[in-house]
Structure formats: C-alpha cells, structure tokens
Design a protein around this ligand. Structure first.
Ligand code: RB5
Length: 149
C-alpha cells in the first residue's frame, strides 16, 4: 500500500518510527516531512499528505502532530479526505470499515510508539465494507464535502 505521511515537529520522531515499520512491512511511504524536530507548522506537511490521498498518489494517509487534533482538522478539510484522530485499535479499523476513513491522525504526545503501530496496522489492514447503510452514510458526507469544495 502507498502511504502518505506528514507531521509537524511534535510528531517527527513517531513519524520516523512508523515509517520504518511500514517500510519493513512492505508498504511504500511517501514522506511529506517534517524532517527534524525543529518547529514546523503541521498544515505545511499534512495538507500535501492529504492531497496525495485525495488525488490517488497514495492509498491512505498517516498524519501526526502533538495531539492529533490539528493534523485531523487540517486533513479533513481536503476534498475527498475523511480524517479523524484515532488513539485506539477498534476505531482504527471500524472507521475504515464503516466511515471510509482514509487519513488517520495520531497524537505523538498522547500515545506511545507500540500502540501507534498497532493502530496503524489496524488502519492499513482494514477495508470499507461496502454495505448499503455505510455507502449511504458516507455518500451524505461526500455530498457535504462537494458542497463546501
Ligand atoms: C505543536 O506544539 C502542537 O500545537 C501541535 O503539534 C498539535 O498538537 C496541534 O494540534
């Protein structure tokens, strides 16, 4: 799977850790930075990562910041991106299966590397079920997305 990643300084070290694990697991990571723990603005790195998912350059996105909030708020504003902050394994797969989550946001100051990896594995391993009720609900979200784009 092609996975776009983007973070500010708050998530830099966790991004590096997850990137190494994803690569070792056979995924292709497209890294939009940041590339050090020097202060950076999360939109500068999260927006290009989210756009890569929206335009099909990447299949999924993993974005980070200190809390996961700024990254999710930013990514979810990109047309065709559905993003939220996830800090548990159940939501990591259920949000893909039911809600079509395509960009997951993590707070590197909230969770540790091992839980983050379990969450990312659940996220990349999940698929949208395609069940009618979920297609209908996601369709309503997509319609709102189109109206505001
Ligand atoms: C950076 O200090 C911090 O504000 C940022 O990483 C993030 O938590 C914002 O949501």
């Amino acid at each position: 799977m092609r996975i776009a990643m983007g973070t500010d300084h708050g998530g830099f070290h966790l991004k590096e850790d997850l990137k190494a694990r994803l690569t070792a697991a056979g995924h292709e990571v497209i890294d939009f930075g940041t590339d050090s723990d020097a202060a950076a603005d999360y939109p500068d790195h999260v927006i290009p990562a989210a756009r890569a998912v929206a335009d099909g350059t990447a299949d999924r996105g993993v974005v980070l910041c200190g809390s996961g909030a700024g990254a999710a708020i930013t990514a979810d504003k990109v047309f065709r991106v559905r993003s939220t902050t996830v800090h548990d394994v159940y939501t990591a797969h259920q949000a893909v299966e039911h809600d079509g989550l395509n960009v997951i946001a993590l707070g590197a100051r909230v969770i540790g590397a091992e839980l983050a990896w379990e969450i990312v594995k659940a996220f990349v391993g999940a698929e949208f079920t395609g069940e009618e009720r979920h297609v209908r609900r996601v369709g309503k979200i997509d319609e709102l997305d189109r109206l505001r784009s």
